[in-house]
Every structure is written in C-alpha cells, then in structure tokens.
Ligand binder design. Structure first.
Ligand SMILES: NC(=O)c1ccc[n+]([C@@H]2O[C@H](COP(=O)([O-])OP(=O)(O)OC[C@H]3O[C@@H](n4cnc5c(N)ncnc54)[C@H](O)[C@@H]3O)[C@@H](O)[C@H]2O)c1
Length: 250
C-alpha cells in the first residue's frame, strides 16, 4: 500500500527544527501541501525555498496562534486536514528545585506546550467539524507517562496535561469524524539543548539510559515523524484518543 497525502493540507506548529522540520519534509515528500509556523524566522528560510509555506508566529500568544490557523485555512478552498501540535520544549530551562522556579518560568513552559496546543486545537476544531473530517496529532513526551529526564516540573506537568486534552478532544470530536491522538517520543537529539543535556548525563548515566531502551539506541527525528505520518494517514482511521510511545521500548 502506498501512502499519499496528495491534495491534503497539513499544518505543523514549531516546524523550524527537529521533529517538526522532519515531519514537514516527510509530508511534503508524500504529496501534502505543508504549512509550518515557528518563532524562528531564519531557521525556516530553507523550508520556504523548498515550497513549504512558513509563518513566523509566537504561539504563546493565543490570538496569534488562532490567526495562523485562520490564515492557513483561508488559502484556497481546502480545509486543514491535519494539525500537528508539535511546538514545545523547555523554553531554555534546566531542572532545578521547585522552590527556585519563578512564575514566569512555569508559565512559559505551560504556554508553549499546553496552551498553544489548546489554542491551535480550538481554532481548527470548528473547521474540521465543518469538513466532517480531520486529524489532530499532539506531540507529547515520555515525560507524559513518568518523570521527565529534564527535571523541569512544568514540562512534565504540561505534557501530562496534553494527554488529558488529547483524550477529551478525541471524545468530543470523534462523532464529527475527527481523530485526536498523541505521540510520546523518547529522548532524541534535535537541538543544542538536547545534545548538552546528553553530555551532562555523563558516560555512566548515558549507558544506563541506553540499557533501559529495549532496542538499545536513541530515537531519531525520522522515527518520530513516521509515527505522525501514520497517525495522519487512513491507516490509523480507527485509532482515536491514544498515545503512541516512540521510544524503542522502555
Ligand atoms: N527532542 C526530544 O528528545 C523530545 C522528546 C519528547 C518530546 N519532545 C517534544 O517534541 C516536540 C518537538 O521537539 P524538538 O526537540 O524537535 O524541538 P524543540 O522542543 O526545541 O522545539 C520545537 C519547536 O518549537 C518552536 N517554538 C518554541 N517556542 C515557540 C513559540 N513561542 N512560538 C512558536 N514556536 C515555538 C521552536 O522554535 C522549535 O522549532 C516538542 O513539543 C518537545 O517538547 C521532544
């Protein structure tokens, strides 16, 4: 069976680097019209040159997030077929004792991981309902199922909350032909922060982490994008409200 997204419109948040960038590349290769937004303009330049529609949006601004969905859906007659809530991360933070965490630090992580997922989903849901179909894929984390390797409390809390939102929206939107699922990636090198984090673990902890993965390797951006492609495809049409761990078996 050949997978094709020809004629489909796919919107990916946080597509400048890492998983989002690889997803954009894979969906485009499978024929989709791909739209990406991110806060980093420069990092998206080559994506635009490759024919991917890009927009600079600060997703912590919920109005701006909704404005992006509106702008994408107004281009041509098509609805948005697939929304991938991928933007997230630890907002440049490192784990520290909860007593040292400021309100601003807590809020910034909740904003990009949870509130942006809420804002984009809220904006796209009526459009997908009108179209009678759609797929929403939330990129959560292994940190939604256990404590986070990052030690960032807000990150762990936000990724757990994204799962709750996934399950609730699956029930709310399922009757309208919309599937809502989540992907929970294990640790993957995507940026300087993840590389630094791995270095900081030191040799012994790195080996311990690898021994804790059944397949004895870290995942790749390709591994995570493949799960998103599967969940966006017709192959997963009866999968709803689920979380797929892509972590090599932990
Ligand atoms: N890399 C990992 O090991 C890992 C593991 C589990 C889950 N995740 C999750 O996967 C997703 C992608 O992670 P990643 O490692 O590829 O990249 P990342 O976590 O560094 O960030 C993803 C993208 O979000 C964008 N972004 C951040 N703040 C934004 C804002 N305010 N407005 C718009 N865009 C913003 C970034 O610029 C980046 O391109 C994130 O949700 C992350 O939490 C990552």
């Amino acid at each position: 069976m050949m997978l094709s997204f020809a004629g489909k419109r796919v919107a990916i948040s946080g597509g400048a680097i890492g998983f989002g960038r690889e997803m954009a590349r894979q969906f485009q290769a499978l024929g989709a019209e791909v739209h990406v937004c991110d806060i980093r303009a420069e990092a998206m330049q080559d994506l635009s040159e490759a024919g991917i529609a890009t927009a600079v949006v600060d997703l912590c601004d919920r109005q701006a997030a909704a404005g992006w969905i509106d702008a994408v859906s107004r281009q041509g007659a098509r609805a948005i077929d697939v929304l991938i809530n991928n933007a997230g991360g630890v907002a440049g933070q490192q784990g520290k004792a909860i007593a040292q965490v400021s309100d601003a630090e807590w809020d910034s992580v909740i904003d990009i991981n949870l509130n942006a997922t809420f804002a984009l989903s809220r904006a796209v849901a009526p459009l997908m309902k009108q179209a009678g179909q759609g797929k929403i894929i939330n990129i959560s984390s292994g940190a939604a199922l256990k404590a986070s390797l990052t030690g960032v409390q807000a990150y762990c809390a936000a990724k757990h909350a994204v799962l709750g939102l996934t399950r609730q929206l699956a029930h709310e939107l399922g009757p309208f032909g919309i599937n809502v699922n989540a992907v929970a990636p294990g640790f993957v090198f995507t940026n300087d922060a993840t590389r630094k984090q791995w270095e900081n673990f030191g040799e012994a902890r790195q080996q311990q982490l690898l021994q804790g993965i059944a397949l004895r390797r870290l995942g790749s951006v390709e591994d995570i994008a493949h799960a998103a492609v599967f969940l966006a495809s017709d192959l997963s049409s009866f999968i709803n409200g689920q979380i797929i761990s892509v972590d090599g078996g932990s």
